[in-house]
Ligand binder design. Structure first.
Ligand SMILES: Cc1cc2nc3c(=O)[nH]c(=O)nc-3n(C[C@H](O)[C@H](O)[C@H](O)COP(=O)(O)OP(=O)(O)OC[C@H]3O[C@@H](n4cnc5c(N)ncnc54)[C@H](O)[C@@H]3O)c2cc1C
Length: 238
């Protein structure tokens, strides 16, 4: 468990593009529509971005004891009461323009955030784990799907290189290429989440956006993700 869960929601603003809520949000966050927008306060952060078809996706990370979830899904059912409490909190923490978006979102829900310590192997003979099964990660690297797709690409390339008759070398090469990459990415994503949530880390002081130095802020940039644009596909390219 990461130490926090996320309130999430998607506000559909088709037909209400010129409403006070949407105009206010665009004024509060002028970059919205061009990139992922982050807002940070001590001990919490929110991510929002515009989706196709006039929708705003928002994700608000909240430090907490591990919530009790039923079944295997990380998505938690929420009661009316919980939603009302969330709205009240939102007005205390975020600019009113954002709190209003949260309030007007139909059916917000909670995702509890987990990852897994990197595995020492993802290959057992001809059995290969790829994607989330191999490396569930927190979302702060904004990379989870890319990691899964690249696993599939690399596995495909290895199988092509060694031929379907050699199911020993191809998985081995796959593991040697991907494991070092995904290991670093999972740990980096975990670290980014803890920094942004103001949670302790052994090698740095707790992050507080109100007094953070420019260097500390640069540390949060997505491009710092290991192998951001140069993850190897075949061993010859390493
Ligand atoms: C709420 C949420 C939001 C996310 N948002 C983002 C995002 O914005 N960007 C991003 O990059 N990533 C995001 N992710 C992560 C992303 O969805 C995963 O990293 C990605 O889907 C992993 O792909 P996968 O193929 O490994 O696993 P999955 O997409 O989970 O696919 C596994 C498939 O296997 C099936 N399956 C399971 N068990 C069996 C079985 N026994 N037999 C047959 N089939 C089985 C499942 O039904 C599923 O279809 C999000 C994840 C969640 C939960």
């Amino acid at each position: 468990y990461s130490g926090y869960y996320a309130w999430r929601g998607i506000l559909d603003f088709s037909g209400t593009e010129n409403s006070d809520t949407i105009m206010g949000l665009r004024k509060a966050y002028p970059e919205l529509g061009k990139c992922l927008v982050f807002d940070l306060v001590p001990g919490s952060h929110v991510v929002l971005y515009e989706l196709k078809n006039k929708r705003i996706n928002w994700i608000w990370y909240v430090n907490s004891e591990e919530p009790e979830i039923k079944g295997k899904s990380v998505t938690m059912k929420v009661s009316r009461d919980m939603i009302e409490k969330m709205h009240k909190e939102a007005y205390k923490i975020w600019v009113p323009e954002l709190a209003r978006v949260m309030k007007e979102t139909e059916e917000p829900f909670i995702n509890v955030i987990y990852d897994c310590d990197p595995l020492e192997q993802v290959v057992w003979d001809n059995v290969v784990l790829i994607g989330d099964a191999a490396h569930p990660t927190t979302p702060h690297g904004v990379r989870s799907t890319n990691m899964s797709i690249l696993d599939a690409v690399v596995l495909g390339e290895c199988l092509k290189k060694w031929g379907s008759g050699n199911l020993v070398s191809a998985p081995k090469e796959f593991q040697s290429i991907r494991l070092p990459v995904v290991t670093k990415q999972v740990l980096h994503s975990r670290r980014m989440g803890r920094i942004k949530q103001g949670l302790p880390l052994p090698d740095r002081k707790t992050f507080d956006p109100m007094v953070a130095s420019p260097d500390e802020c640069l540390e949060l940039q997505h491009k710092n993700m290991p192998f951001f644009s140069n993850a190897p596909v075949l061993a010859d390219h390493v």
